[in-house]
Ligand binder design. Structure first.
Ligand SMILES: Cc1cc2nc3c(=O)[nH]c(=O)nc-3n(C[C@H](O)[C@H](O)[C@H](O)COP(=O)(O)O)c2cc1C
Length: 367
């Protein structure tokens, strides 16, 4: 029997020691109160993953401000003291279950489906997003055309990320992850098609990654050296799965070097299939490129629910941790099952239809 020795080796991520290399991937479940408060259902939902053996839990994308960052109805926020306080029972329950928990901070940018604070979306440029709104998160039809964000507003976005990170620290989280992937605001800046700016935030890859780097620097300044600060990066987007960086490895080098220079503690890469080459024509995975050019711990995500594949990513040195998404939804005790050699339940996309909210049976506690 495979013992998956690497998956079950402890790992030090910044100032935090994790009992194993298995993370829960961030997954939006739109099950908070309409006011953005985390609730008891979420406490029970997240507890299951900690009790199921996940060493690290990354929360769903959480909005950092009471302005343009909210993307979805019933998405949780950490934009004020009340919202931050509502996360404390989640954090405490995960810690009691033996896990560590990182809050993912997410700004919607143009990909807004519901925002109870403002009526318009902001983005690097006034470009209508590709694709359709996500029905499983309560949307329908086209996205609206966003307004181009001003330089002054960019500075405010940076401050909002930093103050949200500080609130996360005060609420007891072990760290924050800046969501710069999957097509949301920071990824809109990174992407040529959605960023047509002529200023220091547009044009070259160095300029397009600048905002993410500034956010990381501002967070580090706010939370100090001991708090874990990570960043999530992808090529594909929720509204454009097949997007690839135009300059391939040259872009990867600029992006990952910039994130490391901004003093992130880790880089979390996500690809549809994390174990395949990042670019056409073969070559390294995106995770391996992040390790090479960032020189930081890397979390790899994307179809790693097969334990052999996850173990191989670690054994081959592509990544230090793996993040499990959909397979964890149907196996909240994925680590325990894998360790015991028990079969895993297969994930069926019907699980998230018609809506991806947490179902009662997902948060029934064993004890
Ligand atoms: C219902 C659902 C919600 C998601 N929400 C987020 C999110 O809030 N933040 C994020 O970075 N990724 C989000 N993702 C992407 C997952 O983190 C992960 O990248 C994806 O499921 C692929 O990993 P997997 O093959 O292990 O499922 C979401 C995925 C699903 C299925």
């Amino acid at each position: 029997m495979n013992t998956y020795s690497r998956l079950f080796t402890p790992f030090r991520l910044g100032s935090v020691t994790l009992p194993n290399r298995i993370a829960l991937a961030p997954m939006t479940r739109t099950s908070a109160e309409a006011s953005g408060l985390a609730n008891d259902r979420m406490v029970r939902y997240y507890t299951r993953f900690a009790e199921g053996g996940f060493g690290l839990i990354i929360t769903e994308g959480t909005y950092p401000d009471l302005a343009h960052s909210q993307a979805y109805a019933n998405q949780p926020g950490i934009a004020d003291e009340q919202q931050a306080a509502s996360w404390k029972p989640v954090v405490e329950a995960v810690h009691r279950g033996g896990g560590r928990i990182i809050c993912q901070l997410m700004h919607a940018g143009a990909l807004v489906q519901h925002n109870r604070f403002v009526r318009e979306a902001v983005a690097p440029s006034a470009v209508i997003p590709k694709g359709k709104q996500l029905e499983e998160h309560g949307g329908s039809g086209e996205f609206a055309v966003p307004r181009e964000i001003t330089r002054e507003e960019i500075d405010i976005v940076v401050e909002h990320f930093a103050s949200a990170a500080l609130r996360a620290k005060q609420a007891g989280f072990d760290g924050v992850e800046v969501h710069a992937a999957n097509g949301y605001l920071l990824d809109q800046f990174l992407t040529e098609e959605t960023n047509r700016r002529q200023d220091a935030y547009g044009g070259s890859t160095e300029n397009r990654v600048r905002l993410t780097a500034r956010v990381l620097e501002a967070i580090r300044q706010a939370v100090g050296p001991e708090f874990v600060v990570g960043v999530r990066i992808s090529q594909g987007k929720v509204n454009d799965f097949d997007h690839k960086w135009r300059n391939g490895e040259a872009d990867a080098r600029i992006i990952f070097e910039a994130l490391a220079a901004a003093k992130a503690d880790y880089i979390h890469t996500t690809e549809y299939k994390a174990y395949l080459p990042a670019f056409a024509g073969g070559g390294p995975t995106l995770a391996a490129l992040a390790k090479t050019y960032g020189g930081l711990p890397v979390i790899a995500n994307g179809k790693l629910g097969e334990p052999e594949r996850a173990e191989r990513m670690l054994a081959e040195g592509d990544a230090d941790l793996v993040a499990i998404g959909t397979s964890a939804l149907v196996n909240p005790d994925w680590p325990r099952k894998v360790k015991a050699g028990l079969p895993l339940a297969p994930f069926d996309h019907a699980f998230l239809h018609p809506i991806a909210t947490i179902r009662e049976e997902e948060c029934a506690l064993s004890s």
